[in-house]
Ligand binder design. Structure first.
Ligand code: ZN
Length: 197
């Protein structure tokens, strides 16, 4: 459509999740007319996220050092571990202020249609973590949709024989949705009302 650099930018933006061709074009022209200082800040933030951010070696949350902020916090209990799909779910649960344990980020959910099985998620790492006997309760906070439920069911089967209490967030979360879209109060209540599986 356009020549050179502006089309390159539209193409790159169009590859981002949730950005359609029209939005890509709108953002590209916004960048073109924006203050150079603002554009440099954006470019710097894009570069820095790749340079500085990595995954916590314990829980696989995003981190800027070996371990994430939550794993480094000595005031949190090691006895309760909450399993989530993505780092954004950690943020959603932290916002409720209901949870003082640790997390384990799977990196997705079981989804046979997309070829994602247990081996593609950090389930082996979870089982190794549980192996030392410190964790007494495992909270399955995967998304309330088909893939999240399948993942929770699979994990419950794997973990219950280890003698660890396994719980699932209470209903009340919008079914079919994403954990991150639940408001703090609903998610907080779902946490409080979690039940054994
Ligand atoms: Zn961590």
């Amino acid at each position: 459509m356009y020549e050179g650099a502006i089309q390159d930018l539209i193409d790159e933006l169009g590859r981002l999740p949730g950005v359609g061709p029209k939005s890509a074009q709108r953002i590209a022209f916004h960048v073109l007319s924006a203050d150079p200082a603002d554009v440099n800040r954006l470019a710097g933030a894009l570069r820095k996220v790749k340079e500085l951010v990595r995954f916590c070696t314990t829980c696989y949350n995003v981190a800027e050092s070996e371990q994430c902020r939550i794993c480094r916090d000595p005031r949190r209990t090691n006895e309760v571990l909450c399993v989530v799909e993505e780092p954004k779910d950690v943020v959603a649960i932290e916002r409720t202020g209901e949870f003082r344990g640790r997390y384990h980020v799977l990196g997705g959910a079981i989804n046979p249609l997309e070829g994602i099985g247990p081996d593609n998620l950090r389930i082996r790492e979870l089982l190794i973590r549980l192996g030392d006997g410190t964790v007494r309760e495992l909270i399955l906070a995967t998304d309330p949709n088909t893939e999240g439920e399948a993942t929770a069911t699979y994990l419950a089967l794997m973990v219950k024989p280890m003698g660890i209490s396994v719980t699932r967030l209470a209903s009340g979360l919008p079914v079919g949705g994403d954990l991150e879209y639940a408001d703090e109060i609903t998610l907080g209540r779902a946490f409080e009302g979690r039940r054994a599986v």
